[in-house]
Design a protein around this ligand. Sequence first.
Ligand code: AGP
Length: 614
Amino acid sequence: MCGIIGYAGSREAGPLLLEGLQRLEYRGYDSAGIAILDSEGRLNLKKHVGKLSNLVAHLEGVYPPGTIGLAHTRWATHGKPSDENAHPHLDCEGDVAVVHNGIVENYLALRQELQGEGHRFDSETDTEVIAHLVESHLRDGDDLPSALRRTIERIEGAQAIVVCSRSHPDRLVAARVGNAGGVVVGYGQNEHFLASDLPALLPETRTVAFLGDGETVELGREEVRYWDAEGRPIEKEPQEMPLDPAAAAKGVYKHFMLKEIMEQPECVLDTFRGRVLFDPPSVELAELGLSEETLRSIERVVLIGMGTSLHGAMVARHYFESIAGVPAEVDNASEFRYRSALMGPETLVISVAQSGETVDTLEAMQAVKRRGSPQLTICNTPGAQSTRIADGTIYTRCGPEIGVASSKTLTASIVALYLFACHLGRLRGRLDEAKLAELIEPLAHLPDLMGRVLQNEPAFEELAHSLSGFDNFLYLGRGLQYPIAMEGALKLKELSYIHAEGYPAGEMKHGPIALVDETMPTVAIAVRDGLREKMLSNIEQVRARDGTVIAVINEGDEELASKVNHVIEVPETSPFLLPLLTVLPLQLLAYHIALRRGCDVDQPRNLAKTVTVE
Ligand code: AGP
């Protein structure tokens, strides 16, 4: 979950590493640190608990000199956030510096063994054993890449590691083992970079290569060398990433969160642009990677994901059942992974993941691979590990999502899944041309309708201010709106730390209704999607118990408006696309409630953007 950056070149490493860390802070913000090798072969270390700004203040504008270095922003797993536990970690002689993402599962045994050999430990982290092991192997006469590979042989678990050493003062080495997050190598002019995420590199280079499972890399100013999991040298062709560095900047917005919420009409448009033809109607998904024959033979779809991505998958389940006519199930990837799910070539698994690096989702995908089912992934991050495991990918086209809480990648994922369900329905003979036209025509108006909802931000802000004093919220929805109720509650929890529960409205009477009183508002999504009347009954039940109701309704629904305390109106569209409108005010409500309560909306406490530990 941590952010890693490394540099080997001719420029001063300090400012470059700090700038890189700024773009990576969404990966973790428990502490930050930097280690730089100077021209005398000294290793200078600076680290500080808390946000990166603490380290920046501590440095007072004076960076350790040198042109080779590495840096880290931490999401704590082993050992509380503190200066001592901050990365980089050194061996006892201060010869080796390590930054790490992942968990060394056998670190206790290794630590005891190393202590028995006289190694002194300075932190409570699992990472520190890596520094000591690398140092031991270097002392045995290994060069830096071999020392790292031998270290990897000793440690258990998934890891991304970057190492520098005084004994090899002109280079860095790095490795990726399993699904603890990516390692991206960036190519510049007489300089090379390493990072856990692409956005960290974007202002410097868009020419990159990705480390695969078990691979190691050594990079200096001029040269990059790769080895496979067996230690055999391999060649890697760097690729050009079609990403605009400006996409990772805040622009005119105060927060990434607001920027990303507001960008949604454009992201949705970019995601269907060129993939949908309106006349004659067709959906073209060139990059699917699955043959038409495979798709025609599918008997079942299983969707997996975590958090917000899981909510997108839950919406799409309805698309596969209603549009493509395929039985569809949804599962939380971390649960799916440990179930004996019965499946073979007849089941298509679709994973949804913004980052494409979430360990729960990647491990579930690997389990699917072992069972021989075809799989597709919906992903927003070019080159992510999920895209390498899946047989095919549909990329959402949102640009980097920096706010830790997801927004734009949810709506774009739902649109990508909608396109695929239409494609599948057509292939399977379930949709004729007229029916397909009816399904895709509303897409043409969707960005505009989303923009109309977002224009009401001032009204949502005002409503948020009147609600910001409550400490518990209930979110209710049915059918396609049930996952949106879950997402509304998740956004409120993540951004404002307010307790919120998302429920299928029918479930309310089976327990949650006991919580309803004047201290717990209910956000009910009651749009004209065929289930409005049922929602109306549930709203009456809440009102009868003195509960405040905020209803998300369609414009002009005066009957419903007259029965609730507050209304949020969204325009009419096809019921399939209504979730893409109803989610917008819920995101803005959470954002403004959080701001009113003084919360850090871009980097909420305890969270990290990419969850690479189980
Ligand atoms: C959503 O706001 C959270 N950031 C989190 O639930 C996220 O959706 C989840 O961790 C999945 O991430 P992924 O889409 O990158 O796999």
